[in-house]
Design a protein around this ligand. Structure first.
Ligand code: BES
Ligand code: ZN
Length: 469
């Protein structure tokens, strides 16, 4: 060898990731082509197919992989030994299910025909439903394992993989599955790749997630649809009742009015607010990205505090009456809305749900009825800022990207993180390579090609750093 320094074992792995990029794209395209929309029963077979595809992929990589049935969509579980017996054992989590694609007419391309294209700023992007949330992200880890194995014939540490197929629809089967397989799944800590970077040059570790409570409410008035001339003025209109209830959920200052809603919500410490302030995000930069300018919600708080540390009540969908072409003079028999609450701190999902139901019931006229349908519930999550594992992951990320990694909050929810904590006593490291403009859950979802490529390199570095001890 002519070099004065022995090559680091990581160097050939990083090189192999670079060489594998074109093939790794073909593989993630295959996965994106499977329309695994978990919330819609019509796609149940596709969800299974995505799980089977992952099992085949992991088996080929030398994992002991299997598809595990649940009452909902199946889980993928896979194991691989590590080269160093004393290195930590990690559990990697991702989800193979995706959100529905509607409205389909707003997509520039078929959501299930992924491709590499030129993005708005000239950088290459990969398009397709689920590419950022979460198929492209989970494949960054699988591809990192592939390169490591191809070069060294093994992995730096013991790895268990858990891929879920119901994350986007409330993770209904997750708790029972973790409970039944606790011994098998417990590792030293979890690595979760389902979050974002701070910006395209700055990787991030998320230390907080908001919880989520989903409720669907249906208000029933008359026992049939009515002619609005014949009955209008006398008969209750369920759309009016529903919209008044929904409007009543916030006061003029943007605070949620449901009784006891803020129980368990603490003020964000000044030093945390200062740290977020130093990231330089403003209402103009944050909202400007999506064509808005004026923060909604609670007054007097920064957009980062509003999205990372404050709870919300949102209406996600509303139906009732005639919404087709033209016009129809009808008072509908029923109207319904899908409402969700993002939770922080110690807010209790069950209490929030019950208080909301009571808030609604107390506003329903005596001759009308309301019914509720539950859509999952999970509490907010706060992770440690200063654990040695986070520190190692932070250094590894900082080695890969132009800017050092930062610690951030995340307004979204990943129910499994709380369950890992409470059911398996396992902390999570939340590292992801999404960007704010990835349009997750929206038409034209994309993932930066850089995220896909450097995400793989990042995981190789992180695994190596964790195994080094
Ligand atoms: N990947 C997201 C969570 C997320 C959102 C992380 C935004 C970072 C930024 C996740 O797949 C997701 O969308 N979760 C749902 C949870 C739900 C349906 C239970 C969410 O947050 O709405
Ligand atoms: Zn996700």
């Amino acid at each position: 060898m002519t070099s004065a320094h022995a090559a680091h074992p990581l160097d050939p792995v990083l090189k192999r990731i670079d060489e594998n990029l074109a093939d790794s794209l073909m593989r993630v395209f295959e996965l994106v082509r499977i329309p695994s929309i978990s919330t819609d029963p019509a796609y149940a077979a596709s969800c299974r197919e995505a799980g089977e595809w992952l099992v085949a992929e992991l088996t080929e990589l030398g994992f002991d992989a299997s598809l595990r049935d649940t009452p909902g969509h199946p889980m993928v579980v896979a194991y691989h030994d590590g080269r160093k017996p004393d290195a930590p054992h990690v559990l990697f989590y991702g989800h193979y299910d995706v959100q529905p694609v509607d409205p389909l007419d707003l997509w520039d391309n078929d959501p299930f025909q992924p491709a590499v294209r030129d993005g708005a700023d000239g950088a290459k992007i990969i398009t397709g439903r689920g590419i950022a949330d979460d198929k492209g992200q989970l494949m960054t880890f699988v591809e990192a394992c592939r390169a490591y194995k191809e070069v060294h014939g093994d992995l730096p540490c013991k790895v268990t993989i858990l891929f879920e197929g119901e994350e986007e629809s409330g993770s209904g089967s997750l708790k029972p599955f973790l409970d039944a397989n606790a011994d098998e799944l417990k590792a030293d800590y979890a690595l979760v790749c389902d979050t974002s970077m701070w910006d395209a040059r700055t990787p991030a570790i998320s230390t907080g997630l908001r919880g989520l409570v989903g409720e669907e409410i249906t208000v029933q008035a008359a026992d049939r649809d009515l002619h609005s001339g014949y009955f209008g003025g006398a008969a209750a209109n369920p759309i009016h009742i529903l919209s008044k209830i929904l409007a009543d959920m916030h006061d003029a200052d943007g605070k949620v009015t449901i009784p006891n809603f803020y129980d368990g919500v603490e003020q964000t410490p000044k030093e945390i607010l200062d740290q977020w302030e130093s990231l330089g995000q403003t209402a103009e930069t944050f909202l400007g990205e999506v064509g808005l300018a004026i923060p909604s919600g609670e007054k007097g708080r920064s957009v980062l505090e509003l999205t990372w540390a404050r709870p919300t009540a949102e209406v996600n969908g509303i139906t009732g009456g005639y919404t087709g072409e033209g016009f129809k003079t009808v008072i509908p028999a029923k109207a319904s809305a899908k409402v969700s609450f993002r939770l922080v701190g110690k807010q209790d999902p069950d209490a929030i749900r019950e208080n909301f139901r009571e808030f609604v019931r107390s506003r329903i006229p005596a001759d009308c009825t309301v019914s509720f349908r539950e859509h999952g519930g999970s509490p907010g999550i706060q992770l440690a800022y200063d654990s040695p594992v986070l520190q190692k992951a932070k250094e590894a990320l900082s080695d890969e990207w132009p800017n050092p990694a930062v610690m951030i909050g995340m307004g979204g929810s990943i129910p499994v993180v709380g369950d890992f904590q409470t059911m398996l006593g396992m902390e999570s490291v939340l590292v992801g390579f999404g960007l704010a403009d990835d349009r997750i859950h929206s038409p034209n979802e994309k993932y930066a090609l850089k995220s896909f490529h450097k995400g793989q390199r990042s995981w190789a570095r992180i695994l190596d750093a964790l195994a080094e001890g």
